[in-house]
Design a protein. Sequence first.
Length: 560
Amino acid sequence: METSEANVVEKKASNFVEEFIEEDIAAGKVANSPTHIVHTRFPPEPNGYLHIGHAKAICMDFGAAAKYGGQCNRRFDDTNPSREDTEYVDAIKEDIHWLGFDWGDRMYYASDYFQQLWDLAEEMIRRGLAYVDEQSSEVIAQQKGTPTQPGVESPFRNRPWEESLDLFRRMNKGEFEEGTMTLRAKIDMANPNMHFRDPIMYRIIKYPHHRTGTKWQAYPMYDFAHGQSDFIEGITHSICTLEFEVHRPLYNYFAQIMADIRGTEYKPRQIEFNRLNLTNTVMSKRYLRNMVETGVVRGWDDPRMPTLCGLRRRGYTAQGIRDFITTIGYTKYDALNDIKLLENAGRNDLNKIATRVMGVVDPVKLTITNYPEDQVELCEMENNPEQEGCGVHQMPFSRELYIEREDFQEVAQKKFFRLTIDKEVRLKSAYIIKCTGVEKDAEGNITNILCTYDPDSKSGMPGADRKVKGTLHWVSAKHAVPVEARLYNNLFLDEEATTDSERNPESEVVVTAFVEPFAAKDPEVGKKFQFQRIGYFCIDKDTTPEKIVFNRTVSLKASK
């Protein structure tokens, strides 16, 4: 599908990346590309699970292509078999689909192009643009110099191309050990851009590849494989994060070589935007993997993890995450985004879809002394006031209830409008009650709050409109279902968290909560609820017939 200039004007760029795309459309670069449409790709390495930072890239790559009538490829840059696995491939595909994007039949791997990349490397050797170096990576690094000091040329830099070609082929036959030889591009050891100082193109890895087995024992480096894979697929815009900005000249250098060999003017355009950084969050894939492997968290989908599967298990919706990405936007400047923005986006979407129920996470018993002992009545609860026609459900009310412990103070602080002695509050969708006293254990802990109720204060009764300042949630002690509630907080205490930051010992607090019967009926993993006045919860996959597990996604209100 081609995009006309008129359509582009109608759509209007919402960020600088789209402005660049529109420039290329107007200049005819897109029309002259191999596919003649805006063509992007999302190409992570399959060496871990995707995190919230990847969601920003996914929304850009797929979103920009869709906006301009183009298409986005799903590619795995699988050039390091020792760190890759089909588990990660499957997880990445699931996460992209969950976010709401699809690549159709355009799923590719860098390994699909290993032969073409190899042929290009051989041609570069023949043209004197690459050579085999027999120095170690440590020596090569030492010889690179500094941004203000030229590097030192390898003693193997000017060896005959025939010799380099022979050694290169033998590298792939397994004749040499890992680390003994590399193929380097022959560019400029004095270039102020360190990436131009004869970068490594191929290294020996004697580890079976998850797709190609042992066919290859020399593998391309990311900088060489990535751009050339874009070229082979006819990508028009290679959109990536700012850390790749200094790699762009090398990206263009390799692309120009391929264009010269193929006799074309087409080249992909690399555009960089700011990566997503969150307060109280570390998104180093290596660090996340370490936490999984050392048992710090339950797995990649632990609800404390910033992974997409972790956020999904915690109860975040795809729409909430997409809304968050829209809120923070795309710029050319790195920034630290407040995690409260993510929480607020999640909260706003859950408010629209979550079923309202009563749940008490820190219960204290409350007895209505003038309510008949064996009487049970039903109170009508609206399922979701944000959804027209969402329906209602019935909740049992009885003499003995549980309320939230923090909703009662024996000696009330100033501006405390919840329950205290000799004061009235309303029990939501039920009656007005008045506290008359408390019962305590030997240590002085309150074990039972004693109240009376106004029989005429329930909805439909003569006193239903009587006003009181506080309204509390509650559950019937006789009918409530005990469940495990996992209350999640930030994994790190520091706002500007690093891998050395202290982890929050209360990142997960597990309590026994009580929920109304309706919330526990036919528990479906992932189902979303609002525990009224508490927060948003979802049913966790650890739920069994014997125990229902709820994860708190986010509190009902933003913390101060």
